[in-house]
Design a protein around this ligand. Sequence first.
Ligand code: DX5
Ligand code: ZN
Length: 223
Amino acid sequence: MERDKKIIFAPSLLSGNFADVQGSVKLIEDANSDWIHLDVMDGVFVPNITFGHKMVQDIRKITKLPLDVHLMTVHPENHISDFVKAGADYITFHLEAAVHSHRIIQQIKELGCKAGISIVPGTPAGTLSELLPFLDLILIMSVNPGFGGQSMITETLDKINFLNDLRKDKGYNYLISIDGGVNRDNAEMIKRKGTDVLISGSSFFKSSDPIAEAALIRGNKGV
Ligand code: DX5
Ligand code: ZN
């Protein structure tokens, strides 16, 4: 009974045009996307710097799509409240950047947001075990975070099987999200493993026809 459920397609603004955010958001909407993925990078946890909560606040005013905020920052606990107020729907922080992960999940949920956690390719999925009952989303990084346009590290996909099996066995409710190197050639295989959310940065925005590209990544069977 492997999945027939709807895939959540979430383009990442990181590969969009920062000088025309409104145009990039419109393109995401025109491609029938389900969420917008927003990569917040602090130049410390990852080498790059992108944007902060003001960007999320302004995007909130121009779209109704759920905003999936991916915090790649140290001390994520210091930023939760700002991103909730800005209108995030999901806030995902990195296990590697947090000491009191459980407390941060509580913090996000108490403020009325869905809570996600992410792990980099070098972190085993088993390190999440104690947190699984509390999570709304798990974001598996299939590249090392910090940049768009990298090739997927396919070994990271074994983590999907692990998390999908546990979800079924224990009745957990988290969504499984894959971030990094997703494209039309690997999307079907990733979906079959039990993924719920496909994030796509460069394959979507750098395509000559992003709307057709989105349809190819999502799959054409009415998803
Ligand atoms: C990378 C970010 C990703 C990025 C993915 O650190 O978390 O969301 O936008 O970009 P692509 O799809 O180009 O690998
Ligand atoms: Zn991301």
